[in-house]
Write a protein that binds this ligand. Structure first.
Ligand code: PXG
Ligand code: PLP
Length: 437
């Protein structure tokens, strides 16, 4: 297909390379995709971290079909729909104690920008409008809108927009350290002290000027960086000492990915705000949610009662069809004990991943919950080439959908994976790694 023949400009894609030999999926069921030429392909990434219980789950399909015929859309400002109300109640009930309210968005990027705005509004409502600075972390991914890009730490995503990023943002160091932590199973032992970067930034700016810190409890897009033991707890302590809001971006980690409802629950650290998307509807309809502590919601509830408290929202906030998909997804998570299944698959997944520890191309293997990565050494002068080759060979020769970010392969197996299928997928990956330079 020539470039001109394909009007679709694909996101985060090498479009010219794609157009030479397009990869098109036209169907899915359970753990398998069907490509446009009829080939069955095993999905090692659960969509894009989205579809933990598999594709086209009959319960979600039925709920969406019913909803779209009953109430397709309704005005979402000053009015709402029954499904959005119910989903807000269900999600906040699952959240850690103290998290009481839920604001709906349509994506992770929107959840992040919403969370940052809520943080600024919260401090202002309490008379601390001077708290405006935001802290992110190197290698963090918080979506692609201006707020999330600014607190994010993915260099290629920021480079072109560098001059227009939000002012007043600093970054802590990332936690990837192969010298100390290579081939750790689960949380690495080394690195809790890296949280002290936040204390240093408080010393530099005065903590009273900092509104919020945002981190992924497990960095996902950066190639799965589990937090060092004690790191998140230390961030929490520093935030408490300085009155800073702690935001966990759980767009990937919420809804079972680390064997619990939220990473906050698994790691025993409760943030002030949690951003979610993806697993909220199992990826079926785009939707995100921002969950906040009671004190944050309460701070906004002042002024005249007829007046809007937060001038923010999306046309599709709380969309009834998305909310119906969300309710059905939560039902399945409960009825099929999905988070427990995910937890029980963790050690099998860890063993499969770490069977690559001594592979000639591999410089690190990392994992927590059902998130894992195999980092390969880059080829001399061609960073990303090896990863790209593995991705294509897996797709065309092994019928495996895998995710390669530069030279790191990331894995997001289904929360209800069949252990044998999981093993077979790694056998295919091994054949490819063995075959390439
Ligand atoms: N925050 C986090 C932590 C994410 O992982 C977003 C925000 C943005 O969400 P939206 O829905 O706006 O894309 C994400 C998204 C990958 C990959 O390969 C990760 C994401 C998206 C696409 C690919 O790791 N994360
Ligand atoms: N641009 C225009 C011209 C609009 O009217 C709106 C919403 O009404 C938007 C952008 C924002 O769209 P959304 O609410 O879907 O984010």
């Amino acid at each position: 297909m020539s470039t001109a023949a394909n009007p679709y400009w694909l996101p985060f894609t090498a479009n010219r390379d794609f157009n030479k030999k397009p990869r098109v999926i036209s169907g899915a069921s359970g753990h398998w995709y069907t490509t446009s030429d009829g080939t069955r392909m095993y999905d090692t990434f659960s969509g894009l971290w989205t579809s933990g219980i598999g594709h086209c789950h009959p319960k979600i399909v039925a709920a969406v079909q019913k909803q779209v015929a009953e109430l397709d859309y309704c005005i979402g400002f000053q009015v709402t729909n029954d499904k959005a109300l119910e989903l807000a109640a269900r999600v906040t009930a699952m959240a850690p104690d103290g998290i009481t309210n839920c604001f709906f968005t349509n994506s992770g990027s929107e959840s992040v920008d919403t969370a940052l705005k809520i943080a600024l509004g919260y401090h202002r409502a309490r008379g601390e409008g001077h708290r405006t600075r935001l802290i992110g972390r190197e290698r963090g991914y918080h979506g692609v809108n201006f707020g999330g890009m600014s607190v994010g730490g993915m260099v290629p995503n920021r480079k072109v927009f560098s001059a227009m990023l939000l002012p007043g943002v600093d970054h802590m160091r990332h936690t990837r350290d192969l010298e100390h932590n290579a081939f750790s199973r689960g949380l690495p032992e080394w690195g809790a002290h890296l949280a002290d970067d936040l204390e240093q930034l408080c010393a530099l700016h005065d903590g009273s000027n900092i509104a919020a810190v945002i981190v992924e409890p497990v960095a996902g897009s950066a190639g799965v960086l589990p937090p060092p033991v004690g790191y998140l707890k230390r961030l929490r302590e520093i935030c408490d000492r300085h009155g800073i809001l702690l935001i966990f971006d759980e767009v990937i980690t919420a809804f079972g990915r680390v064997g619990a409802s939220f990473a906050a629950e698994r790691f025993g650290v409760t943030p002030d705000i949690i951003t979610t998307a993806k697993g909220l509807t199992n990826g079926v309809i785009p939707m995100g949610a921002v969950l906040v502590r009671d004190k944050i919601y309460d701070a906004f509830m002042n002024g005249p009662e007829f007046m809007i408290e937060l001038f923010h929202g999306y046309t599709y906030s709380g969309h009834p069809v998305a909310a119906a998909a969300g309710l059905a997804a939560l039902d399945v998570y409960e009825e099929e004990n999905i988070f427990e299944q995910a937890a029980s698959l963790e050690s099998h997944f860890e063993d499969l991943l770490h069977s690559f520890d001594n592979h000639k191309h591999v410089i690190d293997v990392r994992n927590i919950g059902l998130m894992g990565a195999i980092e390969m050494a880059p080829r001399e002068g061609a960073v990303g080439a090896r990863g790209s080759e593995v991705f294509k060979k897996c797709f065309w020769e092994e019928n495996l959908a895998v995710r390669a970010g530069m030279d790191t392969l990331s894995f997001s197996p289904f929360l209800n994976s069949d252990p044998d299928e999981m093993q077979q997928s790694f056998e295919g990956i091994r054949r490819v790694l063995d075959a390439i330079d």
